[in-house]
Each structure stands twice: as C-alpha cells, then as structure tokens.
Design a protein around this ligand. Structure first.
Ligand code: SF4
Ligand code: SF4
Length: 67
C-alpha cells in the first residue's frame, strides 16, 4: 500500500495539497507545528493510490510519497 509522510514542521498550512488529492484524503490536523500552524494529516490511508499529486503540489516539499 502506498504511504505518505508529512514533514510536520515544513508544512505552512496553505492547503494546496487538500485541493490536489483526487480522493480528498488530506485534512488539517489537530496539532500545531513549530510554525504555529496545524500540518495536514492523511485520513483513510487505505484509499491512497500513491499518485503523488499532493507531493507535487506542495510548495515546501513537505510531503513524501512511498510506493
Ligand atoms: S498520493 Fe495521491 S491519493 Fe495519496 S494522498 Fe497524495 S494526492 Fe491523495
Ligand atoms: S501543500 Fe504542503 S505546505 Fe501546503 S498544506 Fe499541504 S503539506 Fe502543508
């Protein structure tokens, strides 16, 4: 199963990845990071196709996709 990893302290909360995911698997998390924003987290991990659109869209390279 593909896996994504969000580098929490690199996320600036712009939400571009939320719009990029065709399956709507990314949401704003509950915790705050060192920048004072809440990094995104993935939900319904089993539905991730590993398409990498979230990682490609992220301007801060905060998402890595492993497949
Ligand atoms: S790899 Fe694709 S399906 Fe998985 S979270 Fe990112 S955009 Fe969504
Ligand atoms: S696109 Fe990158 S910086 Fe923006 S919310 Fe998503 S993970 Fe965070």
């Amino acid at each position: 199963m593909p896996k994504i990893v969000v580098t929490e302290d690199s996320c600036k909360g712009c939400k571009l990845c939320l719009a990029a995911c065709p399956k709507h698997l990314l949401v704003v998390g509950e915790k705050y990071n060192a920048k004072g924003v809440r990094p995104v987290v993935q939900v319904r991990e089993e539905e991730c196709t590993g398409c990498k659109l979230c990682a490609i869209m992220c301007p801060d390279s905060a998402i890595s996709v492993y497949r």
